[in-house]
Design a protein around this ligand. Sequence first.
Ligand code: PRP
Ligand code: URA
Length: 219
Amino acid sequence: MSAKKNKYSDNKNVTILDHPLISHKIALLRDVNTHTNDFRELVEEITVLLTYEAFKDAPTTEAVVQTPLEKTKQQVVVENSIAVVPVLRAGLGMVAGVHTLFPTAKVGHIGMYRDEETLEPKEYYCKLPEGIEKKRVIVLDPMLATGGSACAAIKLLKDKGCKDIRQMSIIAAPEGIDKIVENHPDVKIFVAVLDRGLNENGYIVPGLGDAGDRLFGTK
Ligand code: PRP
Ligand code: URA
């Protein structure tokens, strides 16, 4: 998949997918008339496509496989080398998409919500797989708005000793990408689509509204 020219085209740490299938699914995801069931399915499908891209340089090792015809050597992804960490709630909707392509990825959870007034992230839960500091860790959150939640999750993981961290989001505002690039220049970012910006309430525009509410039907 090749990326269209955008303000991050020269930043090798920022990948914005550009593909007709993704664009088609994003259109359905944005649609206010798309209901919870379809919304959940679309988040999962787009995450499969993002995972394909983000795993391009996954650590591999050589395995020997017996085909019906002969023995052959084949590269396989190193077991136990990758963990995903969804940011609750909305990140949960992306886990199944990663597992579709890489079923053995371990899953940690970070609970975070944005204070509606200050837009500052508040952490309320954290449970991470044992030995996470030795793995490549992919933070999952469909919405990268101000970047406050993502940066807080990344900092928490760094404080636990993680050194190889990536961010995977479906829709990003430039403000969110810029915040990660500035505060965590070592973190690679994968997003399906780059939106125009944020509105006065810190919502991504045009965006899709509140991802958690649309995934779980809470509003
Ligand atoms: C949403 C979203 C991100 C965060 C993004 O979570 O899922 O975690 O906002 O915004 P930011 O980049 O400005 O930090 P929210 O606080 O709505 O919690 P929820 O997922 O439980 O609904
Ligand atoms: N969180 C969401 O769910 N949507 C936004 O647009 C911004 C933050």
